[in-house]
Design a protein around this ligand. Sequence first.
Ligand SMILES: Cc1ncc(COP(=O)(O)O)c(C=O)c1O
Length: 394
Amino acid sequence: MSRNEEQARDEHFWQGVAARYDVEPGPINLENGYFGRMTRSVVAAYQGHIEFINRSNSVHVRQRFDSLESLEIRAQLADLLGTYPESVALTRCASDSLHALIRNYNALRPGDQLLVSDQEYPSVLGAMRWLARNRGVELIEISHPFPVSFDSLVTTYQEAFERYPRLKLMALTYVTHRSGLVMPVQAIASAAREHGIDVILDGAHALGQIDFNLEALGILFAGFNLQKWMGAPLSLGFLYIDPKRLADIDPDMGEERYPLDDIRARAPYGTPNIPAWMTLPLVIEEHRALGGSAAKGARLNYLRDLWVSEARRMPGIEVLTPDDPRLYCGITSLRFRHEPDQQRMVDRLLADYNLFTVTRDGTAHGNCIRVTPGLANSAQDLKVLVRALGELSG
Ligand SMILES: Cc1ncc(COP(=O)(O)O)c(C=O)c1O
């Protein structure tokens, strides 16, 4: 067992971590996938920055933030990804980042094809449909079989690559929002490269809970946010473009501040949430002090395993996310087998067990209940879930 896995089981240690968050009395929150909590110290720093920027107004922003601090923050983000500052531009969220990459991708030629799967996030799917309509190219939409395996995921893509030889660009979701499935990004990106297909990676749910390196994954274009697993203030995201491929993404509409060879020209124009950005160095410092994505991810996986190992044995419950450690993270989805309306069961979990979860729909295989523990949850919270699932499905 690795050091992170050992630490993941240390309830006393994680109690100390949970105590760093203020939590409103109410249901046990097993829907931490929407966005993460900030620690108390991050909230305090954020509040301080709001007050300071309000006092100093444009003087600090023009004298220091625009010319110095934002560059330092960009360098820290690049460091987090193990890459160069020149490959990173600040945005407001993952959608902003991914939309900018998609709408400004300029390497399409008449007759080219685009690829998405049923695992994509709706706003990415919508953007790829928009791109196809606006550039007069064809969008190929594939569905993954269920249940999936590492090989089936890769094979589904390989078959699509062979069947549609005019594919030029695809979206790929690192961690799917419906079931927390972790895509074999490296294997898929490598197969895509062999077919001359560019990949835009949606890293929204990956950053902060999965330890990855974009270069090792073979990813040249990616979009991220910082509010989910980094626990940063809302409204922060960033995009990544390998500098060698910067010319394949046009500057964003309306963006004329930066020279053509500056990645910042690829980010949507707008006044950023400056106090939130000023808080990011503390967020990154706390993230690193906790052991980074490897330690956080190990804890989230442990909490996930606590309930999934029990739920797998319940005949009335279908766990949708595989147990192959390469394919899951803290987020996992389930279905009550004999229940046509999963929302009704989400309501029962809340009313009868004080557990807050959410339904997700949209895969080719129907809707499900998503369970997402966060760093403020305890092993005990997951025991409540196990009891609830046993009783409600029995
Ligand atoms: C897989 C995935 N992609 C993209 C997004 C969008 O992220 P943002 O809200 O930062 O735009 C989400 C948000 O839940 C997501 O789960």
